[in-house]
Design a protein around this ligand. Structure first.
Ligand code: FAD
Ligand code: EGO
Length: 470
């Protein structure tokens, strides 16, 4: 057994998973002076020769940015992101309509996942009290002793102990397996019927094929496609549809036929040959929603990011929520003087309602979008949202705005949204009542000539009678 080498009298924190949340969390713990070690299954992506074929990008918004700011990384990441000031809605006939996200400074950023991950790992490494270990796959750990067992690709096993284990190992977390064996641990996971596939839209004549500073959306009810811009002037298109539908398409010509029907404007932009090829490069990927509680075991272990709450990607909040987890943990650490036996239960208490709320909101968007949202409805809904906000800026704030551009606790966004809906419904009721009363008042003030009403009624009666055949 190997004890993590002590570089100070500070406690030792093992961060399991060197993905987005793990790498950021290492910075947070290192900044507080802990002895931090990160353990990541994969090789160091900064040295990886085989660059993965797909360049997936993500929408970074306010919550994620605030977390990056805490560790001094905001400016650097922003400078490598592409602002998206509005959605661009693509109608079936090819028409494009922009709908701004909000006021001028309100935009989301398209960032490259691999680049973000690399930058965060490098930032973590600059702290002298941090060590990164790649090719370390957590196999098992003991909730009693805190002893972790890692396997390496050469088959060797290593056992390591830490004062605190931070599980940031993603939606299929190995750390979470020990939680599942315990009493009073609640867990649910749901695979949705949709899968997703990423397709690259290359530049045309060295320029972006579409306007770059937008989140491009093709809402077609159950078939949805989005595109986010990349620094290399490509777009990454993500096609969402039921696995059943993915399976129906088996030849290149069927791909084109399908796109012809639903996303015809994208065919010349992606290119017929590229489309025929890329569609079959990788099978559609699954999406899972995971909710659980509590997030901790005693003073030993805590889950963050997708390990605690995988959400479906229909709000663009998964990473943002995971990054915000790090801020919330930091705040609780401050409040309870880094006493893990108090910090961990408090973290569960404050964070679970918010992570569960965003998991529900993301699932709600999925259900709503696949059921009724085509391009007309999308435009109508967002225009109504923007109009109501313009008329009553203090009272009505669109839900998407609260979630994306503020740090209002997710569960409060939901409560506030429900309250606003009541206000709007009350407003509609009052207007409708007003119309009826106003109409009645006008009728009383200017009573119509009774004969003008009776004569047409009589005529109608006679006609009806004439229709009667004995
Ligand atoms: P991960 O990124 O999954 O990282 C987990 C890490 O742990 C990995 O590096 C893995 O190798 C490692 N690991 C796993 N098991 C072990 C083990 N046993 N031992 C050691 N290491 C291990 N979020 C947004 O905010 N905006 C978006 O626009 C957005 N778009 C998305 C689109 C799609 C199609 C999908 C699927 C997700 C999207 N998300 C988005 C969500 C986002 O990808 C995740 O929330 C985010 O990656 C979570 O980070 P994480 O570090 O918790 O997990
Ligand atoms: C009526 C109209 C009801 C992710 C519109 C609901 C999500 C939902 C996947 C967009 C933006 C970042 C995203 C909006 C709605 C990312 C997002 C939205 C998608 C799909 C996404 C919006 C990556 C839902 N944000 N969003 O308001 O622009 O509205 F279309 Cl499929």
């Amino acid at each position: 057994m190997e004890q993590m080498t002590s570089r100070s009298n500070k406690k030792k924190v093992a961060v399991v998973g060197g993905g987005l949340v793990g790498a950021l969390n290492a910075c947070f713990f290192a900044k507080r002076g802990f002895d931090v070690e990160v353990f990541e299954t994969r090789e160091d992506i900064r040295q990886a020769k085989i660059v993965k074929g797909r360049s997936i990008n993500l929408a970074l918004s306010h919550r994620g940015r605030q977390a990056l700011k805490h560790v001094g990384m905001e400016e650097k990441i922003i400078s490598q992101g592409i602002p998206m000031h509005a959605r661009m809605i693509h109608s079936q006939n090819g028409k494009q309509s922009p709908i701004p996200y909000g006021k001028k400074g309100q935009y989301i950023l398209s960032v490259d996942r691999a680049n973000l991950n690399k930058q965060l790992l490098t930032a973590a490494e600059t702290y002298p009290n941090t060590k990164l270990n790649f090719d370390y796959k957590l196999q098992d750990w003991s909730a009693e002793t805190g002893l972790m067992t890692f396997v390496r690709s050469d088959g060797l096993e290593e056992q390591i102990k830490a004062d605190l284990i931070v599980g940031c190992d993603g939606a299929f977390s190995a750390i979470r397996k020990q939680f599942l064996r315990r009493s009073r641990f609640n867990y649910s996971q749901t695979y949705i019927p949709h899968g997703y596939m990423e397709l690259t839209m290359p530049p045309i004549n060295g320029e972006f094929a579409m306007k770059p500073n937008y989140l491009h959306i093709w809402p077609r009810n159950t078939f949805m496609m989005i595109a986010l811009p990349n620094l290399d002037k490509t777009f990454t298109c993500t096609l969402f549809m039921p696995f059943e539908e993915f399976e129906k398409i088996t030849t290149g010509n069927e791909v084109i036929e399908f796109f012809q029907k639903y996303f015809s404007d994208a065919i010349p932009l992606i290119g017929v040959d590229t489309l025929k090829r890329d569609y079959f490069r990788l099978p559609a990927q699954a999406m899972v929603s995971v909710k659980c509680t509590p997030y901790h075991i005693g003073d030993k272990c805590v889950l963050m990011g997708d390990a605690a709450h995988a959400v479906v990607p229909f709000y663009g909040q998964g990473m943002n929520a995971g990054f915000e987890d790090c801020i919330v943990f930091e705040e609780v650490m401050e409040q309870f003087n880094e006493d893990f036996s108090a910090v961990l239960p408090e973290y569960t208490r404050v964070r679970v309602p918010d992570d569960h709320a965003i998991a529900d909101l993301a699932m709600y968007n999925y259900v709503e979008m696949r059921a009724h949202v085509n391009s007309r409805w999308f435009l109508f809904r967002k225009r109504v949202d923007n109009l109501l906000h313009f008329l009553m800026p203090k009272t009505i704030i669109p839900l998407y705005t609260m979630v994306t551009f503020t740090r209002t606790r997710y569960h409060e966004c939901v409560e506030r949204w429900q309250w606003q809906n009541k206000v709007i419904n009350y407003g509609l009721l009052v207007s409708a009542t007003g119309l009826v009363l106003g109409g009645s008042f006008l009728l009383i003030k200017n009573p119509p000539d009774i004969n003008k009403l009776i004569i047409p009624a009589e005529k109608m009666w006679n006609r009806l009678m004439a229709l009667r055949t004995p």
